[in-house]
Design a protein around this ligand. Structure first.
Ligand SMILES: *Cc1c(COP(=O)(O)O)cnc(C)c1O
Length: 377
């Protein structure tokens, strides 16, 4: 245990889930990959399933099996696996699988046949990212092989999925082009006989801003913990990272701080040593404006971020060892948000939250309303 903890507000996750469920006509899949965006996969899954989500999505089979181990029985889809993955375990535990090509289809079909069961699969088409999913030119061939595997009793096709490259820019014309490609791939799938398959294309950004991408289901991850990549909605921030003050010292002008003496005190000041470093998710590549929140004010991080610690310039502020500083939070009290941290680090909020290290204790809390969070502090 270190002196850093991540407070996870399950009430905020529930409110965000309700908002998403209310936006779409079809089903809501809660995406809880990367340990539920740092918040704890099973915890986020339970909160989301209690508030309108009907399915779960993860990257790997291992993540799906961990949810089963935690007692989660809802349908789970795993969409990125190597061909030698344990498809047998997935089929045994009712984990649905994305199929991006014939090699995966074969491996999944063999695993299902060996168990005498049908694998539930989602055919996955690449709508223009040259990333996961079947290249469009190979799609008709994949549909043919999938139809054969279905008639052999190996698979049941329960979904057709795609993904958008530029949904965080709602006005980018690429969105329309990729939606059209998905619609075309879907028509081909229907023609090939996969009429019952649920189409799904949108993640958080397209769910918030592109009704035409909603189809029968949406897959929302970042939005559940309060990240809106489009900046168009007010979601509830669910994550607060706090770290404890280890020590406070007075220093004179010219005192160097940290590795490489990355900062020199210009005047007499007070420094707090705080127990969170880059191993805990405070990125080393940081803008000098980066600050933490203490006693209602922001105080800058000075010197380089170390693996386990940072130094904060308290100025005239008094603080005692053992007190917690807020690294980021929902922003209701004036504390930095995940979005500000992302800007300070030249990245997106998703990378900040999934970068929170494993030794940071996760503590679940529940706020009943947005206002309650602010008032309680
Ligand atoms: C991560 C992921 C999502 C969820 O994306 P968010 O932007 O976090 O909502 C949806 N679909 C796929 C295929 C993903 O990899």
């Amino acid at each position: 245990m270190t002196g850093a903890r991540l407070l996870v507000d399950t009430g905020a996750i529930e409110r965000n889930t309700c908002l998403f469920a209310g936006l779409v006509p079809g089903e809501l899949m809660a995406v809880v990959k990367a340990d539920g965006y740092g918040a704890g996969a099973a915890r986020v899954a339970r909160a989301a399933l209690a508030s309108g989500a009907t399915r779960l999505g993860v990257t790997s089979i291992a993540e799906a099996l961990a949810l089963r181990d935690a007692g989660v029985s809802a349908p789970i889809l795993s969409w990125l696996n190597t061909v030698d993955a344990d498809f047998g375990a997935a089929v045994m535990l009712d984990v649905e699988l994305a199929v991006p090509g014939v090699a995966h289809l074969d491996a999944i079909g063999r695993a299902a046949q060996a168990l005498g069961r049908r694998a539930r699969v989602h055919l996955q088409v690449d709508c223009g990212m040259a990333r996961e999913g079947c290249p469009r030119e190979l799609w008709p061939q994949l549909l043919g092989f999938a139809a054969a595997a279905r008639s052999r009793g190996e698979i049941e096709v329960v979904g057709v999925m795609g993904h958008l490259s530029s949904a965080d820019e709602p006005f980018d014309q690429t969105n329309r082009r990729e939606r059209d490609r998905f619609a075309h791939a879907l028509r081909l799938a229907r023609t090939a006989g996969f009429r019952a398959a649920v189409p799904h294309l949108a993640a958080t950004a397209a769910t918030l801003t592109q009704g035409a991408a909603h189809h029968g289901m949406v897959r929302v991850g970042a939005g559940l913990v309060g990240i809106d990549p489009t900046g168009t909605h007010r979601l509830d921030g669910a994550l607060t990272l706090e770290a404890q003050i280890v020590d406070v010292r007075e220093v004179g002008p010219g005192t160097p701080v940290g590795y490489g003496h990355g900062w020199l005190a210009e005047r007499p000041t007070r420094l707090a040593l705080v127990a969170a470093g880059y191993a805990d998710g405070v990125p080393r590549a940081l803008d000098p404006a980066a600050a933490v929140f203490l006693h209602g004010v922001r105080r800058r991080i000075v010197g380089r971020v170390s693996m386990d610690q940072i130094v904060v310039d308290l100025g005239g502020l008094d603080a005692a060892p053992g007190e917690y500083v807020t690294v980021f939070g929902p922003g209701l009290r004036g504390e930095p948000t995940v979005g500000e941290w992302a800007a300070w680090c030249g990245t997106i909020p998703n990378e900040i939250v999934t970068g929170i290290g494993p030794r940071v204790e996760r503590v679940a809390q529940t706020s009943s309303t947005r206002e309650a969070i602010g008032a309680a502090r």
